[in-house]
Design a protein around this ligand. Structure first.
Ligand code: HEC
Ligand code: HEC
Length: 334
């Protein structure tokens, strides 16, 4: 009797740590799900309401079911390693979704499947790639355009992503790879070839252009660096480049430097735009420009711009290729 009493009295205390831990895990699961370290939400919806992938909210899936689905996916979903998302983190996600109500309606795909799209693009969208890489596969097309990436490289980067990617590019400390490994049994080599051919032949690869806009010398002055990050002798040369910096409303341009400055004009939306033109930018080439404004924008990221180029251009269809950039605070000194 005494023991039973002791057990009953102790029970809440014995359970407390476990419950507290469970609650913390659900919170951590929510943070990881919504943050920038995992891109699961691109397919399953920001609140697990389902989109390209099934709904997860309120379905009562267990930690074990999460692990099974993520380590050995049933279908086209890529698998994720324990370095990308640990078992404890998956348990946290399962706990988090258990706290949410069931969703009524599935969300829309981030990038829908257009039935009149070129065949290769349809394969690309139905494999799930577009939910993270957008309709036109911009980031890999630029990286492949910068190094003459071939089909063998593409296969390696998609089927063996978590080992192939760090060989090509060191992962930044504190970040994780966000793409998983696709299974050749679910996404066949011939499907992958169709994706590659579409990206290489129809759209074409992109030059590996990078634009960086940061505070420069003096108040309300910003330095813009445009570089072709491609490998010498391998990467694509960009020609006919137009660089636009779009100035927030109520602010004027009081000065600008850099070769090819064309002055200020008003765009179709009525915004003030400072423009530079560059005839040609080969791999490893870079240009520096600067712009001085009548005052600093309240939010630095409101100062934005685009880089477009005439060539290389898609073989068919309109040229939608663009590099978007926004001003960022200068990197803190290390
Ligand atoms: C490319 C889109 C995509 C991404 C990214 C993705 N999933 Fe999925 N997920 C799916 C699809 C589609 C399914 C259905 C089974 C399949 O195709 O593998 C699925 C199934 C699941 C299931 C099983 C659902 C059920 O009804 O049993 C879980 C759990 C899950 N995913 C969790 C995750 C987690 C966690 C991540 C991130 C680490 C993730 N998914 C990333 C597309 C995706
Ligand atoms: C969950 C989001 C996601 C999905 C789905 C996804 N990717 Fe990725 N992919 C990324 C991210 C993010 C990177 C950058 C490396 C990283 O964080 O894993 C990347 C990198 C790549 C790279 C290497 C890029 C480079 O720098 O050379 C290739 C190639 C690639 N993806 C192709 C594909 C293809 C093809 C598919 C579909 C079969 C696909 N990806 C599906 C997010 C995704």
């Amino acid at each position: 009797m005494k023991n039973v009493f002791a057990a009953l009295v102790l029970l809440p205390f014995l359970m407390a740590p476990a419950l507290a831990q469970g609650a913390a895990d659900a919170a951590a699961g929510k943070t990881l799900w919504e943050g920038n370290n995992a891109f699961c939400k691109n397919c399953h919806g920001r609140n697990g309401e389902g989109a390209f992938g099934p709904d997860l909210a309120g379905r009562g899936l267990s930690a074990a079911q999460f692990q099974q689905a993520v380590r050995k996916p049933w279908g086209v979903m890529p698998s994720f390693t324990t370095e990308q998302v640990s078992d404890a983190e998956l348990a946290g996600m399962a706990a988090y979704f258990a706290t949410l109500p069931k969703t009524g309606e599935l969300g829309a795909w981030r990038v829908p499947l257009a039935t009149d799209a070129p065949h290769g693009q349809q394969v690309y969208v139905s494999a799930g790639c577009a939910q993270c890489h957008g309709a036109t596969f911009d980031m890999p097309r630029a990286s492949f355009g910068g190094r003459k990436g071939d089909f063998a490289l593409m296969k390696d980067l998609v089927y063996n992503h978590t080992t192939a990617m760090p060989k090509m590019e060191p992962t930044r400390p504190g970040t994780r790879l966000r793409m998983g490994n696709f299974d050749p049994l679910r996404l066949s080599e011939s499907q992958m070839k169709e994706i590659y051919d579409w990206a290489h032949d129809d759209l074409g690869f992109r030059p590996a252009l990078q634009a960086r806009l940061v505070p420069g010398e003096g108040a309300a002055t910003y330095a813009l660096n445009l570089a072709n990050g491609g490998e010498k002798g391998k990467g694509l040369v960009a020609s006919g480049l137009v660089i636009d910096v779009i100035v927030p409303a109520g602010i004027t341009v009081t000065g600008a430097t850099g070769d090819g400055y064309k002055g200020v004009h008003t765009d179709a939306k009525g915004a003030t735009v400072a423009e530079w033109q560059v005839a040609r930018l080969a791999p490893t080439d870079a240009r520096d420009f600067s712009i001085t404004l009548s005052q600093a924008p309240a939010n630095i990221a409101d100062l934005k711009g685009t880089v477009r180029w005439a060539k290389p251009a898609p073989r068919t269809g309109p040229n939608m290729d663009v590099v978007n950039f926004a001003a960022r605070p200068a990197a803190p000194a290390r």
